[in-house]
Write a protein that binds this ligand. Structure first.
Ligand SMILES: C[S@@+](CC[C@H](N)C(=O)[O-])C[C@H]1O[C@@H](n2cnc3c(N)ncnc32)[C@H](O)[C@@H]1O
Length: 247
């Protein structure tokens, strides 16, 4: 078992190309839930700002920049962030106006994240939750950062507990040894995620599960989808600030 940093530093070279079906379902969820919010908020006069917790190789970072938002992208793995920076550099050669800042930060550490309270319009954190030790601390950060208004939101996705219970967790094949390597993961239940977010003054606006619907769907997603036919393996949550917390 590797530490989270060791795991993602080693995985970064193949993360975008190893046929991870969760990323494909995650893209669908992002398009369905987040894209309308990204497009809508951009109608405001000031450029909205998103904070991405666990940006990885920048899969979503690019989508947020592309919608004209500014972004603070953070991750605990320098190798993953380096990949994201390369991706964004290519993107910025085509489009000039987007603003991005990067942070190396461990969301599990006691060190406070150096971003001002109530300064962020949206938080995105995709496929990171299984590495988070304390849901309490995680949702406290989200609540602290979000602007206390009706517009701010947080989009969180996770590997569904169905996968963890079937013995699966974030892992990859080391190309040099052929060995399967795993990082440290925690099995957070859907109920706990919702309950703890709610206790942190957030309200669930949308919940969606995605799975491998049938053989045809599995064929479309790739060979790794076959064993999950009929099972929901991805969960998405959209939260907003609770009404009584709005200033
Ligand atoms: C499965 S990847 C997801 C990356 C990206 N969000 C995506 O959807 O493609 C998980 C990411 O979370 C980061 N991560 C895991 N634990 C973290 C922590 N405690 N603090 C910050 N980032 C963390 C990892 O380094 C990795 O880049």
């Amino acid at each position: 078992m590797l530490s989270t940093v060791e795991c993602y530093n080693a995985w970064s070279n193949t993360y975008d190309s190893d046929g991870n079906i969760l990323q494909l379902l995650d893209d669908d969820a992002f398009n369905e839930i987040v894209q309308p919010y990204l497009n809508d908020n951009y109608q405001n006069s000031t450029i909205p700002i998103c904070c991405e917790l666990g940006c990885g190789t920048g899969r979503n970072t690019i989508k947020i920049l592309n919608a004209g938002w500014s972004i603070i992208a953070l991750d605990v793995s320098t190798s993953m962030i380096t990949k994201a920076q390369q991706r964004v550099k290519q993107f910025q050669q085509q489009q000039q106006n987007s603003s991005i800042s990067w942070m190396i930060h461990d969301l599990n550490s006691a060190n406070e994240l150096s971003i001002d309270d109530s300064s962020i319009d949206a938080i995105i954190s995709t496929l990171v939750l299984e590495h988070i030790v304390s849901l309490n601390e995680f949702f406290k950060i989200i609540y602290r950062l979000l602007k206390k208004n009706n517009h701010s939101w947080a989009f969180i996705t996770a590997m569904h507990p169905n996968m963890y219970q079937a013995g699966s967790q974030a892992s990859f094949i080391d190309k040099t040894t052929g060995q399967k390597l795993c990082g440290v993961s925690f099995d957070h239940s859907i109920e706990d995620i919702i309950e703890i977010a709610t206790k942190s003054n957030l309200i669930l606006i949308k919940y969606m599960e995605k799975g491998i619907e049938n053989e045809e769907h599995a064929n479309k997603l790739g060979y790794r989808a076959k064993k999950w036919i009929g099972i929901n393996i991805h969960a998405s949550f959209l939260f907003k600030i609770k009404n009584n917390e709005i200033l």
